[in-house]
Design a protein around this ligand. Structure first.
Ligand SMILES: [Zn+2]
Length: 477
């Protein structure tokens, strides 16, 4: 993670330069530079592609699916009007989460390490959704009277820096990049944080969680780092004060209670993250085993042990570890997918196939299940079938670079050269490399002999990408 930071900071500086130099780039007449909600949406997505190109991500389908579905569910009872959300799951063990204009939600893997229950995790996400629903980004710039594209670029740069490990929960880092331009920002930021806590808490309760999880998480973070000379940057830029805790505690206590505090599903996902950030799978196995000795009923620890064993290629042990879980919950997605992963790695393909087929009948639209199907088909050498399965997956995840990456690979193997270059173009655009994306479409066009329709479709897509690139260059000017 650390090696990425210089690049990130460079990018951040690049983006903030015009503002720091107090010399706002001219974008023609000033009114044309005002940001409309549609532009905010576009810029948010353009910015997301820059982040994806700069910060390494976790491409675990189950974790991605959990974050997406949980946040969508929380957003249903939020004040957010525009619920076209996009997600990025960053590969960092530091605690962080952020929201960016245009409906971008970012989460570090580390949030799962720090949030001990699903309600604690949800309290952070509800807080982030509140920043979005209250349009704190636009409102933070009210001192400037109107939101301009370079302003937004500056703010987004702050979030890139935040994504690297600092940050809010975002806003504080943004404040620092804007300090010269916005004297009022500190006060604004504290107000925004209070408001996000307050509105997030209401949302948390409406979404069916125990609202007391929010002050609990704050309290634990504060206790944990009270005497620490070097707390995580998250806490430096986003201080958890006694009064903030007291305030949320008081508000939370006003609710009847009865909300959910945790779920097995969350603990299973948390175990996956713990395996990722443990020094070695061996150490992870040791830790989960110790937890099981203390409490043999801890299903999440048993699951974590199985995942660690699969990582160590101990497939027989993994099967034995998973067996009691699968007999207790034969339809559980996570347990079955773990067994499939182990079977694929151990080349037990017929067994993997029957399990995949059963899961598909139960959960035909589930992303991780469909991903397992593609993995199986690839392993079986059924490339054409894998290509078709991926096309199905693309219908629901056409902005997921992980999927486009795989699509390119599979189309290459199946000899679909035009499709390969198209897929590469989509992948590169999603990770912010527009030059490469546009060039890939040139390659695709050269490969087409006499399919006029396809050629004009590719032309049209190329023009869209050129326009998106122009937008980004405008942001970075
Ligand atoms: Zn915040």
């Amino acid at each position: 993670m650390n090696f990425l930071r210089p690049t990130l900071l460079t990018l951040a500086c690049l983006l903030t330069l015009p503002i720091a130099a107090n010399d706002l780039p001219s974008l023609g007449d000033a009114s044309s530079a005002l940001i409309s909600p549609q532009q905010e949406h576009q810029l948010g997505r353009a910015w997301l592609s820059l982040v994806r190109g700069q910060v390494s991500q976790l491409s675990d389908p189950q974790l991605k699916d959990f974050v997406e579905s949980s946040v969508y569910r929380i957003s249903e009872t939020s004040e957010l009007q525009d619920r076209r959300l996009e997600f990025v799951l960053l590969d960092s063990p530091q605690i962080n989460a952020f929201a960016a204009p245009g409906g971008i939600i970012g989460v570090n893997g580390g949030l799962f390490l720090y949030a001990q229950t699903e309600a604690e995790y949800a309290s952070v996400m509800a807080h982030e959704l509140a920043h979005l629903s209250q349009r704190h980004f636009a409102r933070g710039l009210e001192a400037q009277q109107r939101m301009q594209i370079p302003m937004m670029a500056g703010m987004l740069a702050g979030i890139v820096a935040a994504a690297a490990g600092a940050g809010d929960l975002g806003i504080a880092a943004i404040a620092s990049t804007q300090a010269a331009a916005l004297q009022e920002q500190r006060r604004f930021s504290r107000q925004n944080e209070q408001e996000a806590d307050r509105i997030g808490l209401v949302n948390l309760e409406k979404a069916g969680y125990d609202p007391r999880a929010m002050p609990s998480m704050f309290e634990r973070l504060m206790r944990q780092y009270r005497y620490d000379r070097l707390p995580p940057e998250f806490l430096l830029t986003h201080p958890v004060s006694e009064s903030r805790i007291a305030d949320t505690r008081n508000r939370a206590e006003q609710y009847q209670g009865g909300g959910a505090s945790d779920s097995l599903r969350y603990q299973l996902m948390r175990a996956r993250v713990q395996v990722i950030y443990e020094e070695t799978p061996g150490l992870a196995a040791k830790r989960f085993r110790a937890m099981l000795t203390e409490n043999p009923k801890l299903d999440a620890a048993r699951y974590g042990l199985a995942i660690a064993q699969i990582k160590r290629s101990q497939h027989q042990q993994a099967r034995e570890t998973l067996q009691p879980l699968l007999s207790k919950a034969p339809n559980d997605i996570a347990y079955n997918l773990a067994q499939i992963e182990s079977d694929l790695a151990a080349n037990r393909l017929p067994e993997a196939q029957s399990r995949v087929e059963r899961l598909l009948e139960l959960y035909p639209k589930n992303y991780p299940v469909n991903q397992a199907r593609v993995d199986l088909l690839m392993k079986q050498g059924r490339i054409q079938d894998a290509e078709r399965a991926l096309d199905q997956l693309l219908k629901r995840r056409d902005r997921d670079p992980d999927i486009w990456y795989l699509v390119a690979e599979v189309r290459g193997l199946s000899g679909n050269t035009v499709g390969l270059h198209q897929a590469r173009a989509e992948f590169f655009a999603l990770v912010g490399d527009y030059d490469e994306a546009i060039e890939q479409l040139d390659f695709a066009k050269r490969r087409i002999s006499n399919n006029f329709q396809l050629a004009s479709r590719i032309d049209a897509r190329q023009r869209e990408l050129i326009e998106e690139q122009r937008l980004i260059q405008q942001m970075m000017r």
